[in-house]
Write a protein of this length. Structure first.
Length: 430
């Protein structure tokens, strides 16, 4: 396919570029590590290379150099649609090029050809209790597909290291093609009496996910496209990206690697946060009797902080501004659901919380992150099952972490093995 040919044309020059950097400047320092960083989760330590995106504290996320407003403008859209297609962000993350409409159509058609779920996978998914958390089911299903790994097969046959990226690309394409069907199957089986909706051959990847979970609302299809694009990547240091990279560094295939990454995404400090935020917003509405006025909300938020609790969805490990992904969702809501009561509460919280957190003085970042908004949009379009929200996040995040995995193999990045030290050793140094 043309995408694979384009990628192949970029692999050699990029390999040369990296080899030259290591040869000529390999001893140059790019980071110093403090004791606080060593104990504090390696926060801010520059030690991983990720080509697909970069996160600046003040500019926000850039995908191959493009910010979210630029993506919404430049990436191809579905016929009659206004939001970018996820196939386009995949092409961009993989190649660094803005795709044409024909480029995106090729990816869409390729994923349709590869998207059927094998019978053995369906049987495995059907064997799991329906009250198992959807993210557990999602990670299990991804792992079950490992038996079909092209990379694992080629590795056993003795493929050259220089060609590792090729079978990894095939695994990535096969896996991404199936993720919307896996997600929809879990949703319909767990929440809709095992009554499934077949894929629509006329729809794109994101539109089909909306369709297969049971909605043919064109606005929800547009939301899915936007959601899958803006959640797709967030540089390489977050838990899901780093875990996928780390497991892949052992030459584990895409199935092992992504399944592990999804286990990390399932944590409440990462992807699970969106459902926790929505639960809290519903508590706010219940405690205050609906949509509160600003004075009621200010008192409620101060009471929350004074009780030693946090305001869910506010603050970010890196960002020091409002998350651009939050703003994209806010713009969507202002256009399509301005009268929705839950959105009105989300909006009111956005208007008063930053000033309260600044006055409170303990938050490094008083601005909302992506999780502060996504839940209310999904709920508006009928996805009432909070536990499923992280699966949507997982389908999206797979785009970025799997694109990076292809490049990990193309660049021959080695097994990741940082040196650890003991507290005794640190005390001896200081």
């Amino acid at each position: 396919m043309a995408l694979k040919d384009t990628l192949k044309s970029k692999v050699g020059p990029m390999q040369d570029r990296v080899r030259k950097l290591i040869k000529e400047h390999g001893d140059k320092k790019i980071s110093d590590v403090t004791i606080q960083q060593a104990y504090g989760g390696m926060r801010g330590v520059k030690c991983i290379v990720t080509e697909t995106s970069a996160l600046d504290p003040y500019e926000g996320i850039r995908f191959r150099g493009y910010n979210i407003p630029e993506l919404r403008e430049k990436l191809p859209k579905a016929p009659g649609g206004e939001e970018p297609l996820p196939e386009g962000i995949f092409y961009l993350l993989l190649t660094g090029d803005i795709p044409t409409e024909d480029d995106v159509k090729e990816v869409t058609e390729e994923w349709k050809k590869r998207g059927e779920l094998p019978d053995y996978l369906v049987k495995i998914m059907d064997s799991v209790p329906t009250d198992t958390h959807p993210m557990t089911q999602f990670a299990q299903a991804i792992l079950a597909l490992q038996k079909d790994s092209v990379f694992a097969k080629k590795y056993r046959e003795g493929i050259s290291k220089m060609e590792y990226w090729d079978p990894m690309f095939e695994d990535v394409m096969n896996l991404l093609a199936k993720l919307p069907r896996i997600a929809a199957y879990i949703y319909r089986r767990s929440y809709k009496n095992n009554e499934h909706v077949p894929a629509d051959p006329k729809l794109d990847w994101g539109g089909n996910l909306a369709h297969m979970v049971g909605s043919d609302d064109d606005k929800f299809k547009e939301l899915m496209r936007l959601y899958l694009v803006i959640h797709s990547d967030h540089e390489g240091g977050n838990v899901s990206a780093h875990t996928t990279h780390l497991v892949g560094s052992a030459l584990s295939d895409a199935y092992y690697s992504l399944s592990a990454g999804m286990d990390g995404l399932a944590g409440p400090l990462h992807g699970l946060a969106n459902q926790e935020v929505l639960r809290w917003i519903m508590e706010v509405m219940e405690d205050l009797g609906g949509v509160p006025n600003k004075d009621q909300l200010k008192k409620y938020l101060w009471d929350t902080l004074n009780a030693g609790k946090v305001i869910p969805g506010y603050g970010h490990a890196v960002l020091r501004q409002t998350d651009p992904r939050y703003m994209a969702q806010r713009e969507f809501a202002l256009k399509h659901l301005p009268e929705d009561e839950i959105f009105q509460v989300v909006s009111a919280i956005y208007e008063v919380t930053p000033d309260i957190l600044k006055e409170h003085g303990k938050a490094k970042n008083p601005w909302p992150n992506v999780d502060a908004h996504s839940g209310c949009l999904l709920l508006h379009y009928g996805i009432k099952e909070y536990d499923f929200y992280t699966v949507f996040f997982g389908v999206s995040r797979a785009i970025g972490v799997l694109s990076s995995l292809v490049w990990d193999r193309a660049l021959g990045l080695p097994i990741e093995r940082p040196k650890t030290v003991t507290t005794d050793w640190i005390e001896e140094q200081v």
